[in-house]
Design a protein around this ligand. Structure first.
Ligand SMILES: CC/C=C\C/C=C\C/C=C\C/C=C\CCCCC(=O)SCCNC(=O)CCNC(=O)[C@H](O)C(C)(C)COP(=O)(O)OP(=O)(O)OC[C@H]1O[C@@H](n2cnc3c(N)ncnc32)[C@H](O)[C@@H]1OP(=O)(O)O
Ligand SMILES: Cc1cc2nc3c(=O)[nH]c(=O)nc-3n(C[C@H](O)[C@H](O)[C@H](O)COP(=O)(O)OP(=O)(O)OC[C@H]3O[C@@H](n4cnc5c(N)ncnc54)[C@H](O)[C@@H]3O)c2cc1C
Length: 661
């Protein structure tokens, strides 16, 4: 990239960077070697001509766009397979996926949830049967859980799997419209198999939801099998190439062994054998929620790179009347909009790494029959997924707005990035629903704290606060982290007290819960923010890096802490010992941090190391040829391939002629 002829502003910005950009790239990637491998892999992928689109895909019809995405998905699969064989390297599919598809691969759910569910929910025998076929794409699958009528409340799913002991089969049925599966990615026209989550019935008795592996299309003709009704759900806000679909069954029979039976089993005679914990059936969702926190980091870095580079190149208006127009990045309000995006990406990455380790530890425990830490993992993954996805959506939109009119251009790629980022707020557990899951855990933890019990690490601050809620405020990063814990503890207590108040007024627990649920949701958000602050600050101070880089990483981490303290200063005034003077000091600190980060802004986004092919942006490319690219892309419009469009003769001319009469 260094030899590319760059916009002079970007050249100047890069020259004033105070740290070694390569050092940060290696740190993010996990070492110099990892960067080399990543770059070699990406170089390979993006040099495949067939993966490059001649026409921007927004000009294609819905159908052509889908077909093009499938074409590229199959080529990408082949290239990756060869590459993995040759170099024994496991690539990050999401990064290159953004480059190849711009939007979402029709195989996303195959990789992300179909294969993962076979691993997580299948017995060793079932894995041996299905996994090799799925991994080498002899079969293509998705995860079909959500229905027209139910997504969040999965115990309410209506698809039925009724066991027939005579034939040792399950009979799948969708008797109502609301029971039709709706949303699964790839289901529309791509997959031939699904994990179908359905209500198990044996001898008229319900045994709750269970996962089944179901072939829905003929492997040769791709025609839906008799008894299967399947199709695509149509255009959406984003995810255009994900090929989301609908599905219903009519007396469709599958063998008994197609129920994934790692957790619970149905024996030949119809005996149901309960698993260790019925919530383990929800395991794939926990895994994906953890993954989404990492994805929030990537999505945020895409938007930050585009908006920061553009803001360094774009000059508009003046700060001082007699001086030239400034780079818009010099406006402190612009820095306020953008630097939190850079900081958030680092926070999400650090927290993702911490959460993934917890996830793997709990998986190891579960394999040994220990489930003590599962509730804590579930509660933590839920609130972090909810808050990170919401933050990422807001950050991406702020970056788009920060690019003014050009941010509204599809060719900036910010609208698309927003489309797939904001989807993470809803899928894999709608944000409020997940925050309320965490609130259940917090309320229980609060009760346990009141009873003097020892709490799990992520909530132990509740006991600390109960012992001493009068801790002096300190304007240090550690002091701020404590402050976030005080806010969270104060909110948990307030929500709990509100539930108790309603119960005393004669409400039952469920109604009291619903009445207090805004507070519960806010308590859960505050808990999540306190984890984000504590974990990310902790990770940064433990980072081994050169003094220059460490200084910049600390500035970013502090920016995150101070930004969110100021954003939620009302809460701090209510629930901590912060004073108005402390807030004034933090405001000053915030301005200092923006000024300190300013010279490194371009270096920091360069360190995300996102190739132009991944950014897909006229505004964000490495060379900063913004106006040239905007014009080059505009000229690709089909309307610019002809000097006069047929509509002139058909409609405009007759209109003008009529007007003459
Ligand atoms: C673009 C790239 C994105 C990411 C990249 C990374 C990796 C991923 C790769 C690919 C995936 C990409 C795209 C995905 C596309 C989207 C796919 C989907 O959306 S699939 C559908 C997802 N659906 C949901 O998430 C539904 C949300 N609802 C639920 O999870 C549950 O219904 C509920 C809200 C948790 C409630 O369940 P239920 O009613 O049964 O439970 P209760 O409220 O009664 O609680 C009972 C009890 O159980 C505990 N519990 C609930 N869930 C779990 C769990 N998963 N694990 C452990 N324990 C659980 C709960 O806490 C309660 O405990 P109690 O308080 O009673 O002690
Ligand atoms: C892009 C995209 C891809 C998807 N891919 C898949 C897929 O591959 N496979 C799949 O199975 N599903 C998929 N889904 C479905 C997705 O998982 C659900 O849409 C999601 O879980 C939310 O459920 P819902 O649509 O039922 O929302 P609802 O639950 O109907 O939410 C509507 C409103 O009701 C509120 N609400 C609901 N319950 C409660 C409650 N208990 N307390 C308080 N408020 C509540 C919510 O907060 C929200 O404000 C996808 C969705 C999207 C958008």
């Amino acid at each position: 990239m260094a030899n590319v002829k760059c916009n002079p502003d970007l050249v100047r910005e890069r020259a004033k960077c105070s740290f070694d950009v390569n050092e940060l790239i290696h740190l993010i990637d996990g070492g110099e070697n990892a960067t080399k491998e990543k770059r070699h892999f990406e170089e390979t992928i993006f040099s495949v001509k067939e993966l490059q689109d001649a026409v921007p895909e927004e000009y294609l019809s819905h159908k052509d766009r889908y077909e093009n995405a499938v074409r590229k998905a199959t080529i990408l699969r082949d290239v990756c397979r060869e590459y993995m064989k040759k170099y024994n390297y496991k690539p990050n599919r999401f990064r290159v996926g953004h480059g190849v598809f711009k939007d979402v691969s029709p195989f996303l759910l195959h990789d992300g949830m179909f294969v993962a569910t076979i691993i997580g929910q299948g017995t060793p025998e079932q894995q041996a049967e299905w996994l090799p076929k799925a991994e080498n794409m002899q079969i293509i699958g998705t995860y079909a859980q959500t229905e027209l009528g139910h997504g969040s409340f999965i115990r309410g799913l209506e698809t039925r799997a009724t066991y027939d002991p005579k034939t040792e089969e399950f009979i799948l049925n969708n008797a109502t419209l609301s029971s039709f599966k709706w949303w699964p990615g790839g289901l529309g026209s791509t997959v031939n198999h699904c994990i179908v989550v359905a209500q198990l019935f044996i001898n008229g008795k319900s045994y709750g939801i269970q996962p089944f592996i179901v072939q829905i299309r003929d492997l040769n003709t791709h025609k839906p099998l008799p008894g299967v009704k399947v199709g695509e759900i149509g255009p959406k806000m984003g995810f255009q190439t994900a090929n989301n679909g609908f599905l219903g069954f009519e007396n469709f029979r599958i063998p008994r062994m197609n129920m994934l039976m790692k957790n619970a089993q149905v024996l030949k005679d119809g005996t149901f054998v309960k698993g260790m914990n019925e919530k383990l059936t929800y395991g794939t969702m926990v895994m994906v929620r953890v993954g989404i926190v990492g994805d929030c980091s990537l999505n945020t870095s895409l938007a930050a790179t585009i908006a920061v580079r553009y803001s360094a190149v774009r000059h508009q208006s003046k700060i001082k009347a007699k001086e030239p127009e400034v780079q818009i990045l010099d406006y402190v309000t612009q820095q306020h909009k953008l630097f939190i995006a850079i900081a958030s990406s680092h926070v999400f990455r650090n927290v993702y790494s911490w959460l993934s380790k917890s996830y793997l530890n709990v998986m190891k425990d579960l394999a040994q029959g220990k489930q003590d830490h599962l509730p804590e993992l579930h509660a933590t993954a839920c609130c972090l997924k909810a808050v990170c996805s919401r933050d990422a959506g807001s950050v991406v939109e702020e970056c788009r707005l920060a690019c003014g009119g050009h941010g509204y251009m599809t060719s900036s790629n910010l609208p698309l990035v927003y489309g797939f980022t904001i989807a993470t707020v809803t899928y894999e557990g709608e944000q409020t629903v997940l925050l309320l899951q965490t609130a259940r855990y917090l309320v229980k933890a609060w009760l346990a704290a009141l009873q003097g019990k020892v709490l799990a690490p992520s909530v132990s601050y509740l006991s600390d606060w109960l012992k001493n809620d009068n801790v002096r405020w300190q304007n240090t990063p550690e002091g701020i982290v404590k402050g976030f814990q005080h806010v969270a503890a104060g909110k948990v207590k307030a929500a709990y007290d509100t539930i108790q108040k309603y119960i005393k007024l004669g409400k039952d627990y469920e109604d009291a819960w619903n009445l207090a649920s805004v507070q519960l949701m806010k308590a859960s958000e505050a808990h999540s923010r306190s984890i984000l602050c504590e974990v990310s600050w902790g990770e940064v101070i433990r980072t081994s890096a050169s003094p220059n880089l460490l200084q910049v990483l600390k500035q970013l981490a502090q920016l995150y802490l101070v930004y969110w303290t100021l954003e939620t200063s009302g809460d701090f005034l209510v629930y901590s010992n912060i004073s108005k003077d402390d807030i004034a000091i933090l405001r000053e600190k915030y301005e200092e941090l923006l000024a300190a980060i300013r010279p490194n802004a371009v270096g920091l986004v360069d360190a995300f190391d996102l190739r132009d092919e991944i950014l897909h942006s006229t505004l964000g490319s490495y060379d900063g040829r913004v106006y040239e690219r905007l014009m080059e892309e505009a000229l690709k419009s089909p309307l610019n391939q002809e000097s006069v469009n047929a509509s002139f003769h058909k409609y405009l001319k007759p209109l003008m002629e009529k007007a003459k009469l």
